[in-house]
Design a protein around this ligand. Structure first.
Ligand SMILES: Cc1ncc(COP(=O)(O)O)c(C=O)c1O
Length: 386
C-alpha cells in the first residue's frame, strides 16, 4: 500500500512520540514524570460537569449537532468575547465553534491556502502550525521569535518576496512554548503588516486567560480594522481544565470563518450538543474557577523559578501560558538535554528545537502537574546532573 507523499513529509506528532517514550520507560519500571504536554491535572470545575450530566440525558442532544454549532453557543461565545475584550461580534457570522482549536488550526490551511501557497508561522511555535500546512500541501515561512526581541515578531526578518507570497500569518500570545506575552501594539503591528501584504491574520489565543501578575492579554480584534483580515481562536481547554472535552471557537472576519466553516461541514459534524451546553456553562457561569487556576499556576511558577534559578539556570519570566521556557545548561543541545533528563532522571521535558529551529538551546517545562510531582522532577534532574 502506497501512502500519500504528504504523509511521508509529516513528522510523528511531538506528544505522540513523547507518549511512546514514556510507555517504553514505564515498561522498564521507571516512574516517569512528564513535564512535557500542557494538560492540567486539576479536574474540570463541578458546575461544568453538572451541566454536562444534565444535558447528556436529553435525547434531543443525542442527534447530529447543527453544523455551525448551536445558535445558543454562538450567542454565548459572542457575549463572552464582548465582555472580555469589548469587541461586539455577530454570533451568526463572526463566531464559529470548533472541536478544539487544534482542529480549527489544521483545517484553516484547507480553507485559506492552495498547494504551494505560503504561510508565515512563529518559530518556535505550536507544531500544528507546520503540520497543518503539510497536510494542505502548503509551505511555511518561519518567523523567528528571538530572545533579544522578547520572543515577539520582527517582520524585518521576513523578505518582501515571502511577505508578498504569504496567504496567512499565525501568531500566538501568550506564547507556547516561550511563554512570552504581547501588548496591543504587537497586534497593531501585525494588522498593519498583514494589511500591507493582503495576508489573513490568525491569532491563536489558547492561553488568553491564564495570565499572571496583573497582566491582561489583549485580543487582536481590539485593533481598529482588525476584523477586515483577522480571526482569533479561543480555546476552553486550558482556561477551564477541559482539554479532553474538545471545545473552542473562532471569532472575527466572516469570510475566513465562512471558508473554515465550509471545510468543517464537509469533514466533521460539529460538537456534541451536551458539550456545547457545558461550554456555555463554562463561559457564562461563575468565573472563580479561572482565578483559582491562575493562583495555582502563578504559585507553581514562583516555586519552580525559585528552584531553577537557585541552580543558576536561565529561566524566562512567565506572565502567561502554562509553560516555563529555559535555556539548556552549557554543553547540551535541546535534544541532548531532553534525552539526558529522560534517561538519567526519568523526567520528560520538551526540547525547544521540536518547536522550530529558533527553539534550539531551550527546553519547555509545563506547570500542569501537582506541586509535589514537579518538586520530585526537579530533584531528579538535579541529582542526575550531579
Ligand atoms: C498554542 C496552542 N494552540 C492550540 C492548542 C490546542 O488547543 P485545543 O485543546 O483547543 O485543541 C494548544 C494546546 O496545547 C496550544 O498550546
Amino acid at each position: 500500500m502506497r501512502q500519500a507523499q504528504r504523509i511521508a513529509a509529516l513528522p510523528p506528532y511531538l506528544f505522540a512520540e513523547i507518549d511512546r517514550k514514556v510507555a517504553v520507560k514505564k515498561a522498564e519500571g521507571v516512574d516517569v514524570i512528564s513535564l512535557g504536554i500542557g494538560d492540567p491535572v486539576e479536574p474540570t470545575p463541578q458546575h461544568i460537569i453538572d451541566k454536562m450530566l444534565e444535558q447528556v440525558k436529553n435525547p434531543e442532544n443525542h442527534r447530529y449537532p447543527s453544523y455551525y454549532g448551536m445558535p445558543a453557543f454562538r450567542k454565548t461565545a459572542a457575549k463572552w468575547f464582548e465582555g472580555r475584550f469589548g469587541v461586539p461580534l455577530d454570533p451568526d457570522e463572526e463566531i464559529l465553534p470548533l472541536i478544539g482549536s487544534k482542529e480549527g488550526l489544521a483545517h484553516l490551511y484547507l480553507a485559506l491556502t492552495d498547494p504551494g501557497d505560503k504561510a508565515i508561522i512563529p518559530d518556535p511555535g505550536y507544531p500544528v502550525y507546520h503540520t497543518g500546512a503539510i497536510l494542505a500541501n502548503a509551505e511555511t515561512i518561519n518567523l523567528p521569535l528571538l530572545e533579544k526581541n522578547n520572543f515577539l515578531p520582527d517582520y524585518s526578518l521576513i523578505s518582501t518576496e515571502d511577505a508578498k507570497a504569504a496567504k496567512l500569518l499565525l501568531l500566538n500570545y501568550p506564547n507556547n512554548p516561550t511563554s512570552a506575552i504581547a501588548g496591543k501594539n504587537t497586534w497593531a503591528e501585525a494588522v498593519e503588516f498583514c494589511k500591507q501584504y493582503d495576508i489573513a491574520l490568525i491569532s491563536d489565543s489558547a492561553y488568553c486567560d491564564l495570565t499572571y501578575d496583573g497582566y491582561v492579554a489583549p485580543s487582536v480584534l481590539e485593533t481598529p480594522g482588525a476584523k477586515d483580515i483577522a480571526i482569533e481562536l479561543i480555546s476552553l481547554s486550558k482556561t477551564y481544565n477541559m482539554t479532553g472535552w474538545r471545545i473552542a471557537f473562532a471569532a472575527g472576519n466572516k469570510e475566513i470563518l465562512e471558508a473554515l466553516g465550509r471545510v468543517k461541514t464537509n469533514i466533521d459534524s460539529g460538537i456534541f450538543n451536551a458539550i456545547q451546553y457545558a461550554g456555555m456553562e463554562a463561559l457564562e457561569g461563575p468565573q472563580d474557577c479561572v482565578q483559582e487556576m491562575i493562583d495555582i499556576y502563578s504559585g507553581r511558577r514562583d516555586r519552580m523559578l525559585a528552584r531553577l534559578e537557585g541552580l543558576g539556570w536561565d529561566v524566562k519570566a512567565c506572565k502567561g501560558s502554562v509553560f516555563l521556557w529555559m535555556k539548556v545548561p552549557d554543553g547540551y543541545t535541546s535534544a541532548s538535554f531532553a534525552e539526558f533528563v529522560l534517561e538519567e532522571a526519568g523526567v520528560i521535558v520538551s526540547p525547544g528545537s521540536a518547536y522550530g529551529p529558533s527553539g534550539e538551546g531551550f527546553i519547555r517545562m509545563t506547570m500542569t502537574l501537582q506541586d509535589d510531582r514537579i518538586d520530585e522532577a526537579i530533584d531528579c534532574i538535579v541529582e542526575a546532573l550531579g
